[in-house]
Design a binder for this molecule. Structure first.
Ligand code: GDD
Length: 319
């Protein structure tokens, strides 16, 4: 199989490549021209989703059997600061991709990566949330992902395109960059421990509850869905369990060698933050046999260890 990962230079791309290499797929990756990427795959293309000609060129050359559409502005926090960028990348990008597939008259299976954030404000009776629940997005990022889902459904029905949509809930892993809660907390703790900074950690809203999984479980679901998912359907991907952000902080602080004070940072608070989002993953399990393999507490601890190592290296290079 020839697989194309669109937006492969982000956090998830290398994990997905690793999963596809296990099944001996021929994998091509696109990245933005300014991004650096050194991965073991069959080809890396520079491609800006806002330029339809570039998409046509890559798809014509690569002729993929399967397209994994990962490219997105994926930070909820940043979507409040950069709404136009978020809308352009997440929606014009998706539209340009679907239009290119239609124009070229090719028929790859396409996996559109959406988000659990699309559900937004849930009624208590809707939790854990099933795929057919009404969407009430609570932020700009979530609204763009909800639109991407609707657009995909339109292209599937109107043109018979083979599209599967996912709603991935929070996923974490060692190489996730700051801007998301686990690396934001781990980096600060590592800096306090290694650099001897003042023992105070800055945090945002600790009372929200989210559904966290290891990114390795999430990419395994993507590949299984490409193989076994039903065309035109949307699938939740998550653990099915709620974890309060305060609990994540407690796990990280309990592993620290330093006694750290917690301080709320107004800049880390969002204009609105959904109180609780938890997935019902029965549809994914029934159709693919998928289940969680990595305990999330271990992934959080691995992330802290990785940040300690990273900061130690930084400090030793400065010397
Ligand atoms: N980033 C961040 N940094 N979040 C914080 C912090 C902090 O210092 N302190 C508290 N939080 C809270 C946020 O307010 C939010 O309620 C929660 O921690 C999780 O924040 P993020 O890790 O930034 O993730 P997200 O839930 O907004 O979005 C992530 O999950 C979605 C799926 O549910 C992203 O990975 C999205 O791309 C993804 O679609």
């Amino acid at each position: 199989m020839r697989s194309l990962i669109i937006g492969g230079a982000g956090f998830v791309g290398p994990y997905l490549l690793h999963e596809l290499n296990k099944i001996n797929d021929t994998v091509f990756i696109t990245k933005m021209p300014f991004e650096k990427l050194d991965l073991d795959c069959s080809g890396i293309y520079d491609m800006d989703l806002l330029d339809p000609d570039q998409i046509d060129k890559v798809l014509s050359e690569c002729r993929p059997d399967r397209i994994f559409h990962l490219a997105a502005q994926s930070s909820v926090y940043l979507s409040w600061k950069k709404p136009e960028l978020t809308l352009n990348v997440n929606n014009m990008g998706a539209l340009n991709l679907l239009e290119s597939v239609r124009r070229l008259n090719i028929s790859p299976r396409i996996l559109m990566v959406g988000s659990g954030e699309e559900y937004g404000y849930l009624k208590p009776t809707d939790i854990p949330v099933k795929e057919d629940t009404v969407l009430r997005p609570g932020n700009i990022y979530a609204a763009t992902k909800a639109f991407q889902n609707m657009l995909s459904s339109v292209y599937h029905r109107a043109y018979g395109m083979d599209i599967i949509c996912t709603r991935a809930f929070n996923h974490i892993g060692k190489s996730q960059m700051p801007g998301f809660v686990v690396p934001d907390f781990c980096k600060q703790v590592a800096e306090i421990e290694v650099k001897g900074l003042s023992p105070v950690i800055k945090v945002g809203n600790l009372s929200s509850k989210r559904d966290f999984s290891d990114v390795r479980d999430v990419v395994r679901a993507y590949v299984l869905l490409m193989e076994k998912g039903r065309s035109g359907e949307t699938y939740n991907i998550g653990s099915g369990k709620a974890m309060e952000i305060r609990k994540i902080l407690d796990i990280i602080l309990s592993c620290s060698t330093v006694d750290i004070k917690v301080e709320q940072d107004p800049d880390r608070m969002r204009p609105s933050d959904i109180p609780i989002i938890v997935a019902d993953v029965e549809k994914l399990k029934a159709d693919t046999g998928w289940d969680i393999e990595y305990p999330i507490e271990e992934t959080i601890k691995e992330s802290l260890d990785m940040w300690r190592e990273k900061i130690r290296l930084e400090v030793s290079h400065e010397k």
